[in-house]
Design a protein around this ligand. Structure first.
Ligand code: HGY
Ligand code: MN
Ligand code: MN
Length: 429
């Protein structure tokens, strides 16, 4: 069963237009008017294909094949449509378009009577995967997996201090799309009790995604089959020093929060870089400084640290070492250091059945692939603890992602999506 490659690529090129930063990558945060535009495009296609559309209180979307029969096991495929700030045109949306292409191809083939599935097929779109609003990755899928609940609706806050609950309630202000018969959002009360998936009804979860790293591109391979997904811990530090005059304060009498942070960051980076496995990664991606004025010694620095690896002991070990480093640098320099464990996810081992079957299928199809880790986390992580879950990677040119330069050769986009089609077909039998 061949996918329609022009339709797949056409959808990707249309959806990349829904960005608040045209010409500077794709920026499309969940629960925003740009998110609504992408949802409208997808829901319209789902309606045209005779699919059912269900949206939960977190705004995760489930699109059911028209030929689905109630009560049959469900094969899920999907990803997320939200992005990071000035991100790429493929992260997340590629997996959604691949799953949608499978849906449209199945609809055509079933309509022609050339295929009769024994299971149901659904496309799933996860909300707030990037954490661009609230700093916590995989938020929609953490609610689906029952890891997040009522408490997180009020504890997760965006940069303006709005809680997740308030942002969901504010969706009432985003209008529906005239071209869609169905609503774009679930605008009822924010009741998350119905969100967790009934995993007993789901047979398989498959996520197609770009690699977002250099491995496939560097080795000249066209596809990855993922066996392990890194875990991560996100810690927030607040360093409190002494604001003072930039000119009149002697260097020996300063408690400069930015210099303390710089020393601790550099020390943590060199500690992690020296790990013998060269796999653990540490990133200080977000920093705020007060008062952030050139002639005032920085009084307060607030920053995030992420530690990731596929081995939980390494994640925990290096997270503790970095916390200790920040504490000792601040003690030496006479600053206060407060620490907040922001969020985390454990390393995930994906379904060995699916890795084995996909490996054999890729060998039969003479695809040049490898079985590999994912350093990026994905919504598939949250389902993998409950159902057979697999991931398929397409290469990222120069290993770039989460930046406007993110790109993948069209031939690779098509062939990995075709492999998703072939894998779904097997799962539907
Ligand atoms: O951060 C990640 O790994 C994913 O892109 N949200
Ligand atoms: Mn992603
Ligand atoms: Mn991402």
């Amino acid at each position: 069963m061949k996918i329609n490659e022009q339709r797949l690529l056409g959808n990707l090129h249309e959806l990349r237009k829904f960005t608040t930063t045209p010409g500077e990558g794709v920026t499309r945060f969940s629960y925003t008017p740009m998110d609504a535009k992408a949802r409208a495009y997808i829901i319209k296609r789902a309606e045209a294909a005779g699919c059912s559309v269900a949206i939960d209180a977190l705004q995760n979307i489930r699109i059911g094949l028209g030929a689905n029969v109630p009560g049959r096991p469900i094969v899920l495929a999907g990803s997320h449509i939200d992005t990071v700030q000035n991100g790429g045109w493929l992260d997340g949306i590629y997996g959604v378009c691949g799953a949608l292409e499978v849906m449209e191809t199945l609809t055509e083939e079933i309509g022609r009577g050339t295929f009769v599935p024994s299971c149901n097929y659904e496309v799933i779109l996860f909300a707030e995967e990037e954490g661009s609003n609230f700093g916590s990755t995989m938020t929609g899928s953490k609610f689906l997996a029952g890891k997040y609940g009522e408490a997180e609706l009020d504890s997760l806050k965006d940069g303006a201090g709005n809680t997740l609950r308030q942002r969901l309630a504010a969706l009432a202000d985003i209008p529906d799309a005239p071209e869609c018969a169905l609503p774009l959002y679930n605008r009822g009360d924010v009741d998350v009790s119905e969100v967790p998936l009934d995993f007993g009804t789901i047979k398989t979860m498959l996520e197609l995604h770009i690699e977002q790293g250099p491995v496939l591109d560097r080795e000249g391979l066209s596809m990855g089959i993922v066996d392990n997904i890194f875990g991560m811990r996100v810690v927030e530090f607040t360093l409190s020093g002494l604001g003072n005059h930039a000119g009149a304060s002697p260097m020996s009498e300063r408690a400069d929060a930015l210099c303390a942070a710089a020393e601790a960051i550099t020390e943590c980076e060199s500690i992690v870089r020296s790990d013998e496995d060269h796999r653990t990664v540490v990133t200080f991606g977000h920093i705020e400084m007060l008062p952030n004025q050139s002639n005032v010694i920085p009084e307060t620095v607030h920053l995030t640290m992420e530690v990731r690896d596929r081995d939980k002991a390494k994640i925990d070990g290096y997270t503790q070492i970095c916390i200790d480093t920040f504490r000792s640098v601040c003690e030496e320099r006479g600053l206060e250091c407060s620490i907040h464990e922001h969020s985390s996810s454990v390393p995930i081992v994906l379904s060995r059945r699916l890795v084995g079957e996909m490996t054999r299928r890729a060998e039969d199809h003479q695809i040049n692939f490898k079985v590999m880790d994912s350093g990026a986390v994905h919504d598939a992580c949250m389902l993998a603890e409950h159902v057979d879950t697999g991931m398929i990677f397409a290469p990222s040119i120069n290993g770039r992602s989460h930046v406007p330069e993110e790109d993948t050769d069209e031939a690779d986009l098509v062939s990995a999506a075709q492999f998703l089609m072939d894998t779904v077909l097997e799962e539907l039998k």
